[in-house]
Design a protein around this ligand. Sequence first.
Ligand code: NAD
Length: 264
Amino acid sequence: TSGLMQGKRGLIMGVANKRSIAWGIAKACADAGADLALTYQGDALRRRVEPLAEELGAVAIGHCDVTDIGTIDTICDNLRSHWGKIDFVVHAIAFSDKDELTGRYVDTSRDNFAKTMDISVYSLTALAKRVEPLLSDGGSILTLTYYGAEKVMPHYNVMGVAKAALEASVRYLAVDLGGGNIRVNALSAGPIKTLAASGISDFRYILKWNEYNSPLKKTVSIEEVGDAALYLLSDLSRGVTGEVHHVDSGYHTVGMKAVDAPDI
Ligand code: NAD
């Protein structure tokens, strides 16, 4: 992939640490020659993200908390003065109260429903609107989703509903921005042990279940997600938009696992 992203400039949102999916994507892009700008959420993460950006020769472009839309505007202003235009954007952001990522979906509170949708869904649309003028030569926007959007997964609850709305947003945004040759896609990653995932109840069991039941008999790594992201962010996927691409060891294809005792 060396040279694939040479001359391309991208914004990456959602790096919290080296286990973040956004970090796997950032690393893959940097290795392929891209110039990157990373945002961080608040001062605590600034101290973590600044050295990570430096490691990739990237710039830490500023604080962004998507609940404060003004911070997205500021990031776009910073990008405009730093580069003028950009070529791709990665949105790897989600949040829900962990007290509601357990038990029954039916118990979701109105407040957390709204907060989860605001941070995990609306933020992509708010971001797309604001980066559209920066993607002036066309480009690629990528978000992260999960199979819990399509099927009921234990404890995923309101986040599954949010991811379903996120995937629908990808399709609507793909149509809205397609005329400007801006593509919008999602990667549906299999479960990976990250900070965000640690809020989901029984997450270790979910990892094991995926390992035992996916066609490839393993869970995925942030490097594998990063390499798939490279395809969706680069010109290799110039004919692809509005797509949800699974990077989950094939788990989503399995209806029922075969057993060795077919005497039922
Ligand atoms: P992570 O904790 O490393 O990253 C989550 C990021 O969201 C953090 O950088 C955090 O700062 C950011 N964030 C949360 N609220 C924010 C806000 N209000 N404003 C700005 N940023 C905010 O975890 P991750 O697993 O790498 O998550 C990245 C994305 O991947 C999420 O959309 C998540 O739903 C998705 N995803 C994760 C998995 C998994 O198993 N880990 C699987 C599929 C999809």
